[in-house]
Design a protein around this ligand. Structure first.
Ligand code: EPS
Length: 402
């Protein structure tokens, strides 16, 4: 089974992850990992924190001579900002300077007690019985996603061995919509890579940047929508037999777990509910293969299902879309109530991004890569990459023989 956990606070010393279940014999290139971390940090609309950090993944276990050895892979990303937070975030007693003499706890003035509407602050403080909401926001911060991107980068390297690629694009920011439906996946990738906000539609990109600029000026924040596509997925990943084996359910859970995500669609998504069945379901065709390597066989002319039917991949392009809410930290704060005094106050203002939709799209690629890699490990098993590939080839020979 492929699994991982992450640890770390936004302003703590580092983020960590332990990834288990990657087969032995997979070559990992550090540059690839760091490139994914760099992509997550980029994007117009990010705050000053990204000028401090230059994320880089250190690998502490599971790798020898550039190859996985089958043991858990431990990843570490240092927070450069830790230098500025050592006192406040000290794991043991805070230094004298920041302590209330009588109570040997943080001074009341150092405590965060004005919850931001839309953030984990209030519910977390009540649930965990904290009087300082920093104990919640440090972990609920999207900084944690750097660790998930490092994990996803390794999952991607595994998927590449099976020619499976993952790409994303930003399709909406605020009220601006991009038009990319007629672009091929390759064109989306090329145009997106040149964009400051991962949007392949130049006209929309310009308007989106303007909209982010206006939100920044107004002390506001913006959300948006992005798509993730997975190419060359074999038919039959996931299963219809149980709720927790359905791949669409697993992808939705993984994507919803990304900070600030409020909605998921697969393929046509919510639009399927507005159309009759005849305008939704993808008709099935068959073309004889000329050679055993050729792709055809059963195929579709449309892909409204987004590559998943009955909780299983059907061999078409996998397509998921996610909606991100605007970031809850507003420079012009909303009304709130102080956790301790119960007075009507303005919500706390922390340093934050104005729009992090392009970054969230990179995180989404990572969590989707992990879920697909997990489904591939379940289906093809093997303790070494060679064994996994033999199992995969045997299955693909069978698929191609139908
Ligand atoms: C975040 C607040 C900001 C963001 C952060 C997410 O951090 P800070 O409070 O240090 O300015 O920059 O995102 C990251 C640090 C990151 O790496 O993505 C929040 O409150 O969620």
């Amino acid at each position: 089974m492929l699994r991982y956990l992450t640890g770390g606070e936004s302003h703590g010393p580092c983020l960590t992850a332990i990834l288990e279940g990657i087969p032995a014999g997979l070559r990992i290139n550090k540059k690839l990992l760091d490139e994914e971390l760099r992509r997550r940090q980029a994007g117009y609309g990010r705050g000053e924190r990204m000028n401090i950090e230059a994320d880089e993944a250190e690998i502490l276990s599971g790798l020898r001579g550039g190859e996985t050895i089958g043991s858990p892979i431990t990843l570490l990303i240092r927070n450069k900002d830790w230098e500025n937070w050592k006192d406040i975030m000290s794991p043991f007693s805070p230094p004298e300077s920041s302590r209330d003499k009588d109570k040997s706890s943080l001074k009341t003035t150092d405590k965060l007690t004005r919850p931001r509407p839309g953030h984990a602050d209030l519910a977390g403080a009540i649930k965990y019985n904290h009087t300082d909401m920093r104990n919640i926001l440090e972990r609920s911060s999207a900084r944690e996603t750097a660790a998930r991107v490092a994990v996803g980068a390794i999952a991607r390297v595994l998927l590449k061995e099976f020619s499976i690629e993952i790409i994303s694009q930003v399709v909406e920011i605020g009220k601006v919509k991009a038009h990319t439906a007629d672009l091929t996946v390759e064109k989306i990738r090329r145009q997106r890579d040149k964009s400051k906000i991962s949007c392949p539609d130049r006209t929309a990109e310009k308007l989106m940047i303007e909209e982010i600029g206006q939100a920044a000026k107004a002390g506001d924040s913006l959300g948006g929508i992005f798509e993730v596509m997975v190419t060359n997925v074999p038919v039959g990943l996931g299963s219809h037999v149980h709720w927790d084996k359905k791949l669409d359910g697993r992808l939705a859970q993984a994507l919803m777990s990304i900070q600030a995500i409020k909605g998921i669609e697969i393929g046509l998504g919510f639009e399927t509910a507005r159309r009759p069945g005849s305008k939704v379901h993808d008709e099935i065709f068959y073309q004889e293969r000329q050679s055993s390597m050729e792709k055809q066989g059963f195929y579709r002319k449309t892909n409204n299902a987004g590559g998943i039917e009955g909780g299983m991949t059907n061999g078409e392009l996998l397509l998921v879309r996610a909606a991100m809410k605007p970031i809850p930290t507003l420079k012009v704060p909303l009304k709130s109530v102080d956790l301790i005094t119960k007075e009507l106050v303005e919500a706390a203002v922390e340093r934050a991004d104005v729009c992090a939709v392009p970054a969230a799209a990179v995180v989404a690629e990572a969590v989707v890569a992990f879920e697909i890699a997990k489904a591939m490990r379940e289906k093809f098993g093997g303790d070494s990459l060679g064994e996994m590939k033999r199992n995969y080839e045997a299955y693909m020979d069978y698929v191609r023989s139908i």
